[in-house]
Ligand binder design. Structure first.
Ligand code: HEC
Ligand code: HEC
Ligand code: HEC
Length: 444
């Protein structure tokens, strides 16, 4: 719904701080800019956690050579981007070039943002200049030591791997819904930043479907200990068995009959996707459903095995089965189908069958809480098991769910579990991992 808010804005801003006084800005443009900033999830990276001031930066991000910090993008003239012209803002967001001419780290996803249209950039510029509260918060220098901290090699990286905004034109011949979905997924939504595998030189192997079917085929590098699974149409470890409606429901609310969101994707749903219009959610879903499985080859749909029946009859002789019955079946049930929209199904779940099991091991060790979103407010919690199951037990129960009810995925070992457990960045509460942790670790 669009309300002509100009008069309300002018009236309401007479007594307000300087940032709103020049609000002879079209309020529809501001709202559009705010909406687009949500679609780009700018707030997630440019705010330092739940306590941080919105868009004031300071969030630490790990790179292979040290931590960097996101910057203050509020209109504060000293610490933020209040002095940026439209061209300077545009260069930073779509080209990765700062006001001072240096190149940004691609932790800022400008290779995807290059696809944003100029009209959308202008709306976002209006929003960041006039709709965001300025914050006088200084930027932090990166922890990357000299000489690695020199930025000129980044400009070479940028010239080799980042596309130019002018390279993109909308295909006016194609289905407009599909094209809208493509625009949002490949551009502002930067879904590939997590869901596309990267090369050794850290660029995404494909920035769009045109670059090949690595695009959105699942990350090959856990980010903060979570692996983003394939968004293509593979039956086992992709979205092949999800309907467009199920996918839309997941994106909008973080849950559907088959799965419940967790890990890095929780933030995306909480800060970004839940605010998108139903039309845009449909567009994104339709576009994702149009992506064929990687390699063009489809694996057969899973075939039910006898595990559910065996557990039901009290036969838990399969390795990991008794651990599953004792620790997991109360919520995920012996037949692995869980409870719709509350406790996710493990049977047929792509995340359970993704080749890299890091996300699985991670969620079993640390547990997780479903984010509350509009229309689905209850937060449900999966308890942590790191404190009571040792590495071998976690491996056994992981292998059990990866090989039961028709699921099929390569097994993991106790040392795979130890590796995830040892990564101290994964949990802020060391206690969650408990003694099962310390006693099993080799002396350092
Ligand atoms: C995945 C994380 C991430 C997302 C999403 C993100 N940014 Fe950034 N952004 C960063 C990081 C990190 C930097 C600083 C990089 C550096 O220091 O080289 C940055 C830098 C910038 C800069 C440059 C500021 C300066 O110092 O010149 C601007 C402008 C900016 N971002 C705007 C945006 C906007 C607008 C959005 C949403 C459309 C957005 N960012 C989304 C991580 C992100
Ligand atoms: C910050 C990293 C990140 C970004 C950005 C991101 N995702 Fe995800 N996504 C993940 C992770 C990690 C998972 C696995 C956890 C889960 O399934 O909830 C995931 C899971 C999913 C799933 C569920 C897959 C399944 O099999 O259960 C869908 C659908 C999805 N993402 C869509 C998207 C779309 C669409 C975008 C862009 C608008 C996007 N993601 C952007 C990290 C990300
Ligand atoms: C008290 C109920 C409960 C118990 C017990 C429980 N879980 Fe969960 N599980 C959940 C909830 C709730 C989620 C969704 C978490 C989220 O969204 O952050 C979940 C998510 C998961 C997921 C991610 C799947 C997806 O699509 O979201 C896996 C895998 C999983 N649990 C495995 C297990 C295993 C293995 C055990 C036993 C060791 C177990 N769970 C015990 C409630 C439970």
């Amino acid at each position: 719904m669009k309300i002509p808010l100009l008069s309300a804005l002018v009236l309401g801003t007479l007594s307000l701080s300087s940032f709103a006084q020049d609000a002879a800005v079209d309020s529809n443009l501001l709202r559009q800019g705010e909406y687009l900033a949500r679609a780009g999830d700018c707030v997630a990276c440019h705010t330092n956690g739940k306590e941080g001031k919105p868009f004031a930066g300071g969030l630490s991000m790990e790179t292979p050579i040290g931590a960097i910090y996101s910057t203050n993008i509020t209109p504060d003239k000293t610490h933020g981007i209040g002095n940026y012209t439209f061209e300077e803002f545009d260069d930073a967001v779509r080209k990765g070039v700062r006001k001072d001419g240096s190149t940004l780290y691609p932790a800022m996803p400008y290779p995807s943002f290059a696809r944003i249209s100029e009209a959308d950039m202008r709306a976002m510029y209006a929003y960041f200049m006039h709709g965001v509260q300025p914050q006088a918060q200084a930027n932090r220098d990166s922890d990357i030591p000299w000489p690695l901290s020199m930025r000129w090699p980044l400009s070479i990286w940028r010239m080799m791997f980042a596309p130019e905004p002018k390279d993109f034109v909308m295909n006016t011949q194609a289905d407009p819904v599909l094209e809208r979905g493509r625009y949002l997924v490949e551009g502002l939504g930067h879904c590939g930043a997590c869901h596309t595998p990267r090369s050794l030189t850290m660029q995404e192997k494909a920035l769009s479907e045109k670059d090949g079917d690595d695009y959105l085929s699942g990350s090959n590098n856990p980010i903060d200990g979570w692996v983003a699974s394939s968004l293509r149409s593979e039956n086992r470890d992709g979205l092949g068995t999800w309907s467009e409606a199920e996918l839309a429901e997941f994106l909008k609310t973080g849950r559907n009959d088959k799965s419940v969101v967790f890990g890095g994707m929780s933030d995306v749903v909480e800060h970004s996707l839940q605010y998108l219009s139903d039309d845009d959610i449909t567009a994104i879903s339709r576009y994702l459903k149009s992506l064929p499985p990687r390699g063009g080859k489809q694996t057969p749909a899973p075939v039910e095995d006898s595990v559910a029946k065996d557990l039901w009859k009290g036969n838990d002789s399969k390795p990991g089965a008794s651990l599953y019955v004792d620790n997991c079946a109360a919520c995920h049930r012996t037949d692995g189908v869980g409870y719709k929209r509350a406790f996710p199904a493990l049977k047929g779940n792509p995340v359970v069958q993704t080749e890299d099991a890091t996300s699985l091991i991670h969620i079993i060790l640390t547990g997780s809480t479903t984010p509350a979103v509009k229309g689905a407010v209850s937060n449900l919690t999966m308890p942590s098991f790191g404190w009571r199951l040792d590495d071998q037990q976690v491996a056994d129960v992981t292998n059990f769910i990866r090989s039961s009810w028709g699921n099929k995925a390569p097994p993991v070992t106790a040392s795979d579990v130890a590796k995830v457990r040892k990564d101290k960045t994964l949990t802020h509460d060391g206690k969650a991992l408990g003694n099962a942790d310390i006693s099993k670790l080799p002396a350092q």
